[in-house]
Design a protein around this ligand. Sequence first.
Ligand code: ATP
Length: 435
Amino acid sequence: MNEKETMEKLVALSKRRGFIFQGSEIYGGLAGTWDYGPYGVALKNNVKNLWWKKFVDTRFDMFGVDAAILMNEKVWEASGHTGAGFTDPLIECANCKKRFREDHLAGAKCCPECGGVLGEARDFNLMFQTQVGSQGDTKSYLRPETAQGMFVNFKNILDTLHPQLPFGLAQIGKAFRNEIAPRDFIFRTREFEQMEIEYFVREEDWESAFTGWKAAMEEWMEEIGLPKEALHELEVPEEDRAHYSKRTIDFEFDFPFGRKELYGLAYRTDFDLKNHMEHSGVDLRYSDPATGEKFIPHVIEPTFGLDRTVLAVLVSAYTEDELDGEQRTVLKLAPSIAPVRVAVFPLLKNKPELVEKAKSVYSQLKAVFGNVSFDDNGNIGKRYRRQDEIGTPQCVTVDFETLEDNAVTVRDRDTGTQERVALVELQAYITNTAK
Ligand code: ATP
């Protein structure tokens, strides 16, 4: 299967099975937007919940925030986003008028679409501007990153929770960029979600914090099932780093369309807090509780694109194989993020005693696992194929024997093997055999 075919199949499966649809599809779409359907949103929520659990709930040094998307325009002046710092070089073809990012053209002098002459590059700011209020007199922007929502709340967190360094803030939310050329399905879109962390340290501790977060990010990528061989860490050279960053690592992933940035990890020095302190006139220094010394903390920023995570997870999970002499498509998703954790079937739809028993098994499992599905449509083989395509790790079938022996058949997605499991042990079996 070549790369183009892989992407086409993934996009087709995403649509066919209710993961991801084109945004505003019935009106012909809107470039750079995608809508998540029932299984897509379930997968995305599982990723978010797992991330929050790992990086906020199970740590003693992390705090969550959920800041507004619309912010005072001064935020973006202080962060440098309104200036030259947040632009991409835009080039237009004189002939077909198509627009490209100069840095994506690899030095080409002619239009890759029509061979026409390319114009001069100009800086194009990626922020969506909007007006706030009935008079439309207050300028604002749809935030292009979640990070600033955390910096502007730094003082609120200090004043309310009194955390001691090192500590961090975490946020999951939408970000918007008017990308010159949105492309590659949900890889580069104009509206997307980020999961970001700003971790505040004393300047002298930045290197150990950086190393710690690098390891935590590597662990995370393993936990969501991304294969090690598809991941690469790029030490970003000084000339390519943001001017305030003293070290940046790009975590790259082998997508079907090339090796591209999945996540980033940056040491941002004290750049953000310092600028917000200057622009707002509010003291954003941290006060050492032991010595009373006041200083601006330095920041390590691990950033995770959520939609790129979903895409990397889908690419890694997508498999075509043969099972029992039949070709099938299967998503080998990690059970912790699969949209449906387990599916329950009565062997036959028209036998009330089977349906009733299956419904009771379904209710019990649903109370424990939440994302459990009930399916009595079509023959068992068809139901397996359907669950395989959405990546359900295990299927439980209630048959006539169940009524006698209180045991069910549990079928494993990846191997197709079936095991007879007593109902009293079912919950533990599901928990322990697919993690
Ligand atoms: P790129 O170079 O691909 O444009 P970037 O370096 O500008 O990305 P950052 O500003 O570091 O990206 O954003 C943090 C994360 O947000 C990225 O690692 C990526 O996962 C995600 N992201 C950024 N832009 C987009 C986009 N247009 N669509 C989807 N995800 C995005």
